[in-house]
Design a protein around this ligand. Sequence first.
Ligand code: ZN
Length: 302
Amino acid sequence: MCELHGGEDFGQDVLDAGLLVRSSVRGVVARSGTFEGVVEGFEAYVTRHGADQQAEVLRFPPLFPRADYGRVNHIHNFPDLLGSVHTFLGSERDHRKLVLEFEDGQDWTRGLVSAETMLIPAACYPLYPLLEGELTGTRCVDLRSWVFRHEPSDDLPRMQCFRQREYVRVGTADQAWAHRELWRERALELLLNLGLPAVSQPANDPFFGRGGRLAKATQREQDLKYEVLVPVTSTDKPTAISSQNCHLDAFGTAFGIRLPDGSPAHTACVGFGLERIALALFKTHGLRLEDWPTSVRAELGL
Ligand code: ZN
């Protein structure tokens, strides 16, 4: 058993230690140098243990085209989490009105119009549009992105904007399934090896509303999603710090990614929630890096 460190309110302890700094909006926080060091150390650790994947590296900005957003079912499944970019495209007269509304404390955002971009809801979404057409062989892509989910919460690990590191496999149904299975085991091993009291469990995405119930049940029935969980702010409700997902041919179909026989490609991904993993490490090993086990610090180069 791992001894859990920290007081009753781990989130407050993290803030008091200056590891993270709150803003006036719940779930939007600044990261300290020490916190970032842990994130970087973990990423290097994943890169070392993912080297056999011979993955192509791609780093997207936190935005992707609105037109591509329209091709995934996000608006149907997760409307409550989306983030849309809006801007001002009006005349000088419209500008005067905008400034007046702003200065009067009115809702000045009504005069804004949508820009051509959305905030990324999952690190792998911007990849699929780039793969449209016939796939030659299987591809593995190493991604890291800032992602946005509008779920303001006082629970520190539940941030509105955070980073996901992913390895995505695109290929046949068997190749995608094998990738998910490989990383279901490997992600758990990598996290256990850092001394985290991690467990792997079948999971489902938070599909919206009553209609989402069926989607959740189907996802579980088809055994498509697993999560690695670690107690961070609660022992009863441990936090998901990694997920391993099989998407079947959903993205292959949506983005016209075809196998040589013309059928849609299958995809699978492993995702690591970098901030949550850092928080799980601080929870498990203590708020001061000096107190962490030597082996864990060595693995993370800290
Ligand atoms: Zn993904």
